[in-house]
Design a protein around this ligand. Structure first.
Ligand SMILES: [Zn+2]
Length: 303
């Protein structure tokens, strides 16, 4: 087995993680989180989302957050790419006003999830992103794509690899430099992960694919290991395993960054992150949220 020499970790805790936490985090706490994460060696941090505050109250302070990041964090950490999720053109315009240099857009792998989640078909959602993508290109803003429900859908059940391939190709065609495959409900297994990547990798360059695993069924690290074995070198994760799964009560959320780092350490794969600092960061945000740390590594290494 040939593992990649280097893996890029995309930290999604401040956005995907917090978005699915019930306790609303105020701006200073969020800034502290982003600042602490910046000190761990991360190069990619998805910090917020420019959605309607009506729909996602947790993300209501993204404008202020990014202005603060630009003023107080970016100058000290110029190597870090801070990104934001932008569900539409309006959100994109807000993001640009706040100086965001990289945005993420998303589409579902299944029609039913697309309809229930964003009230339109997959192709409609992609069409809506076209003008945003054009604007991004002329503004020199990088776009990252997400596909949700790649290994299972709460409405449709199993998902065909051809469905995922179609959406992934469309997102790349729109100008995404990378597409992150999301196991939104965390039902994937090493078997289904292998099947999916086997269908995608002959068509799509491996450098353009990232894995975004949720640990609902405890399979996230195993799925990531399969991905690494197949050449994937970009992994999304959230410090302390922040987040939850709105489709499975009490389930764990994103795979924990600490746990991914521990896995990579064991494989001698470079990642550039400092585990002790990550653990400290995770413990702090968990204390603020009043929840236990979702990282097994953090729990095991508790002082
Ligand atoms: Zn996630």
């Amino acid at each position: 087995v040939n593992y990649p020499n280097n893996v890029k970790i995309v930290e999604v805790g401040p956005r995907d993680g917090l978005q699915n936490e019930k306790v609303i985090v105020d701006l200073p706490t969020k800034l502290k989180l982003v600042h602490q994460l910046s000190e761990t060696g991360l190069l990619n941090i998805e910090a917020g989302s420019f959605v309607s505050p009506k729909w996602v109250p947790q993300m209501a302070n993204s404008d202020d957050l990014f202005q603060e990041i630009n003023q107080s964090i970016s100058p000290a950490f110029p190597q870090i790419q801070f990104s934001a999720l932008t569900p539409n053109e309006k959100g994109f315009d807000r993001a640009i006003e706040c100086g965001v240099k990289e945005v993420a857009i998303f589409a579902a792998a299944t029609e039913q999830f697309s309809q229930k989640n964003i009230n339109c078909s997959i192709s409609e959602s992609l069409e809506r992103f076209a003008p945003l993508a054009e604007k991004a290109q002329s503004a020199n803003v990088r776009i990252r794509g997400y596909v949700s429900c790649v290994l299972g859908c709460p409405y449709q059940g199993s998902v065909g690899t051809d469905e995922v391939l179609d959406v992934t190709k469309s997102l790349l065609d729109l100008g995404c430099y990378e597409v992150s495959l999301g196991d939104t409900i965390g039902v994937g297994t090493p078997g289904s992960t292998k099947d999916l990547l086997s269908a995608l990798l002959p068509v799509i360059p491996v450098e353009q694919i990232a894995l975004h695993m949720h640990d609902t069924y405890g399979q996230a690290l195993a799925n990531i290991l399969i991905g690494l074995q197949m050449g994937i070198s970009v992994i999304d994760s959230a410090v302390a395993g922040l987040g939850g799964c709105p489709y499975a009560k009490g389930a764990s959320g994103n795979v924990a960054t600490e746990d991914v780092v521990y896995l990579l350490n064991g494989l001698d794969i470079n990642h550039g992150l400092q585990l002790d600092k990550l653990i400290e960061t995770g413990n702090r945000i968990c204390a603020a949220l009043g929840r236990s740390n979702g990282s097994k590594v953090a729990k095991a290494m508790q002082p």
